[in-house]
Design a protein around this ligand. Structure first.
Ligand SMILES: *[C@@H]1O[C@H](CO)[C@@H](O)[C@H](O)[C@H]1NC(C)=O
Ligand SMILES: *[C@@H]1O[C@H](CO)[C@@H](O)[C@H](O)[C@H]1NC(C)=O
Ligand SMILES: *[C@@H]1O[C@H](CO)[C@@H](O)[C@H](O)[C@H]1NC(C)=O
Ligand SMILES: *[C@@H]1O[C@H](CO)[C@@H](O)[C@H](O)[C@H]1NC(C)=O
Ligand SMILES: *[C@@H]1O[C@H](CO)[C@@H](O)[C@H](O)[C@H]1NC(C)=O
Ligand SMILES: CC(=O)N[C@H]1CO[C@H](CO)[C@@H](O)[C@@H]1O
Length: 389
């Protein structure tokens, strides 16, 4: 649904003429938190499971991006490409026929820190290494995890390790380290979506299992070996990823709090409910009255629960796309169409609001920090209304 709408926007772009895109690197604005961040990407292979969507028997293989806080004094900054070139070119090509020029997603970059794993490992080097809670993220159906990297970086900058997970054959494209790719299967009917949901939940628990293995941590994050608490973890996701967050909490008690960014729910969690904190963050006009799955789920939440509504937003606001649209000049060129698809709130502002509320919720769940943001309206964030309690 989201993709079709995007295509209409881009069709309008073609009608009005080719977009003029800068060929220079365009960087996302610096994140909101006190920390800088570094990124690791990795392939994780689940040898205990055959991929249900693969045409020949093979283990399920996933890609993840892991965002880690770095103290500013330890940061050697550089501009990293927002996406690997294969995924970026694929996303451009998806829209090429509609007026987006090749090279537009490739031109985007993020300011991150060079990895420095050496310092903390050296014996006799008594540097106090801080530890950060872990949060997993599941994307919307059909979306690459890479369209949530800016969102993950925002959250990591507030003091969390954030891991975004690709669900192969659901994501439009997954690009692996050897440059092989998996494109989306045709998952369309409600039954297929529910099957997909359960595959996604297995993916999420598998990623957490992997992050619990010293061998995996030594490979990915040697500087944090033994310092990540994998028994109390947060989870959030967008759209079907939000439904995945809820269902994963039901099946895996290591997840002690979750957030659904604007996703209609599927699966047994609607009926079974949850006994741990859960938040629904909705776009304007989407609420317990308009979504029957939310209405059925709500009374079955026995833990802390909140419904937040972001004014001036749409379903697509809960991705990096509003920022991408602003950065590549799409909003300036087609303000009305971008507002209809990605919301009237500017991308940077929307990203900051979402990160603030997500960070604050996980601060409460994972760090025991109090926050007034969930008690009522905030003068700093008039765009956010508290819906149901
Ligand atoms: C580090 O954080 C500072 C303060 O937020 C910011 O100005 C700078 O751009 C950040 N650098 C990187 C590499 O993230
Ligand atoms: C993957 O492709 C990129 C260019 O798109 C190239 O720079 C890189 O070397 C390739 N990696 C492998 C493992 O072939
Ligand atoms: C995708 O699946 C739906 C429902 O099963 C079917 O109607 C449609 O033709 C399929 N599309 C493609 C491109 O295979
Ligand atoms: C829910 O959304 C509908 C449709 O936009 C709106 O008419 C209604 O007032 C909203 N309800 C609440 C409680 O916000
Ligand atoms: C929502 O935002 C619009 C402008 O985008 C504003 O006119 C309206 O008053 C806001 N509504 C609420 C409930 O804050
Ligand atoms: C497990 C459980 O308590 N399910 C309840 C979910 O909410 C509906 C509607 O209130 C109840 O009928 C279910 O029993």
């Amino acid at each position: 649904m989201y993709k079709a709408a995007t295509n209409r926007l881009l069709q309008a772009a073609l009608f009005f003429g080719q977009l003029c895109l800068s060929i220079h690197a365009i960087s996302f604005p610096p994140p909101i938190g006190h920390y800088n961040t570094s990124i690791v990407t990795a392939e994780l292979v689940d040898h205990s499971r055959l991929d249900p969507y693969a045409s020949t028997p093979q283990p399920r293989s996933l890609m993840i991006s892991l965002f880690k806080p770095v103290s500013p004094s330890a940061c050697s900054p550089y501009q990293a490409p927002y996406m690997d070139p294969i995924t970026a070119a694929f996303e451009d090509a998806e829209y090429a026929g509609f007026g987006v020029l090749p090279g537009s997603v490739e031109a985007l970059s993020m300011e991150i820190c060079q990895r420095n794993t050496r310092l903390d490992l050296s014996p006799g080097h008594f540097v106090k290494v801080p530890t950060y809670p872990l949060i997993l993220f599941s994307p919307g159906m059909g979306n690459t995890r890479l369209f949530y990297s800016a969102m993950a970086q925002q959250l990591a900058s507030t003091g969390y390790i954030v891991v975004t997970v690709d669900h192969p054959y659901d994501a439009d494209i997954v690009t692996f380290p050897d440059n092989s790719t998996i494109l989306a299967a045709n998952i369309t009917t409600d039954d297929q979506i529910v099957e997909d949901l359960y595959v996604r939940v297995q993916d999420i628990s598998f990623v957490l299992d992997q992050l619990s293995l010293p061998s995996t941590i030594l490979r990915l994050l040697p500087e944090l070996a033994g310092r990540i608490d994998v028994s109390k973890v947060g989870i959030f996701g967008h759209s079907l990823g939000g439904a995945t967050a809820a269902q994963a909490m039901l099946s895996d008690r290591r997840f002690i709090g979750g957030i659904n960014l604007d996703g209609m729910l599927f699966g047994s969690v609607i009926e079974r409910g949850l006994d741990r904190p859960f938040v629904i963050f909705a776009h304007e006009g989407h609420n317990l009255t308009t979504d029957a799955t939310w209405a059925a789920f709500w009374p079955n939440l026995s833990g802390f629960r909140r419904e937040l509504i972001l004014n001036g937003s749409t379903h697509g606001t809960f991705t990096d796309l509003p920022e991408v649209a602003d950065l590549i000049g799409l909003r300036a060129e087609f303000p009305q169409q971008v507002t209809e698809l990605l919301g009237s709130t500017l991308g940077e502002r929307a990203s900051q609001i979402i990160a603030t509320y997500v960070s604050s919720f996980f601060g409460f769940v994972l760090k025991g920090k109090k926050s007034e943001l969930y008690d009522g309206p905030s003068k700093d964030f008039p765009e956010v209304a508290i819906g149901a309690f």
